[in-house]
Design a protein around this ligand. Sequence first.
Ligand code: SF4
Length: 412
Amino acid sequence: MARLDLRRKLSVLADAAKYDASCSSSGTSKRNSVGGKGIGSTEGMGICHAYTPDGRCISLLKILLTNFCIYDCAYCINRVSSNVERGRFDVDEVVDLTLNFYKRNYIEGLFLSSGIIRSGDYTMEQLVLVAKTLREVHDFRGYIHLKLIPEADPKLVEMAGLYADRLSANIELPRDEALARLAPQKDVGVIKKAMSQVRLGVEAAKPAKREKIKPPKFAPGGQSTQLIIGADGAPDTEILDRSASLYGGYGLRRVYYSAFSPIPDSSSILPLSKPPLMREHRLYQADWLMRFYGFSAPEIGEGASNGMLDLAVDPKLAWALNKREQFPVDVNRAPREMLLRVPGLGVKAVDRIVSVRRYRTLRLEDVGRLTRSVAKIRPFITALDWTPGGLTDAADLKARVTSRTPEQLSLF
Ligand code: SF4
């Protein structure tokens, strides 16, 4: 087999990594190289991101160590039976690329994953070695996200946590039964065990309040995972239930949703077409509601139809349209939790309302100043000078709040 030059490897292994959505530089601890110490920083903009034509957000140095893999996961382009060009970096090549790209200001960090070569232990060792070399030999202080190989020895997971800002093991499919069918060499129990180890490591690394000796750092950016949408027939409500249990059970920072992309020569057990990208977007919105707006997964499901989120409206509006009896909400008296449920009111606007109403009674125009569009909010609130009357229960309310065509903003 012909050896690839570095440029070609980079092209192959960056392309192979784009299917993994579980990258983000958020949530880690602050480090920098101010004063000439070390190289890199996790501050400012975080890692650079680029957007692929299909809308996925990727970091500029988001690569696989190799796209060779001994596993045969039906949904993966890198599976052993896939007929794709293969490449493999060695550890020093990844280290050099990271440092050189960093120095050229192309990237703010590294997202490194890998196909499984030889064994889980060997692959994880190689990933850890990249991070260890960057940190210990080059004093690299930028962001590092390492993919966990769940089958690897727990000692390697422990080492990964010492060097990486964030770790992620992908659950991949919302249904365990589907994972067993489509990825026969993977074991959801083993993946969950690795996630539990990371959770315990992260918790143990949090210093107790009065403790003077800080415990060693362990994945300060926590852990994340990815769920592939549309490959196994799981409806949105099931996906959200799964996410809720992952957040609760493993303390995840993020669940990423990746719309299934049909791959060349794919298995006949997979769907032929990809789900609409809007489905991925609605799931992210619903996920946001669970993490920041106090919604539970079953509550979001109340706005769904046959388990699927409405693609035409955002999940908060869908919920409100289905729960009209809870509205209108008095912006001058309602508890914060209920204000957070008003379509069109974000966390910042709600906090501002709660703060301002201590001093004066709010009118509709006051609320309008805090939001992008008061038209969406009006049917769901009352204010000093406003009550929606029958609007809240209007049969055509959904059409009314969604029919506005976007207007091009004037530059002047
Ligand atoms: S183990 Fe990972 S890289 Fe290998 S086939 Fe499965 S999903 Fe793809």
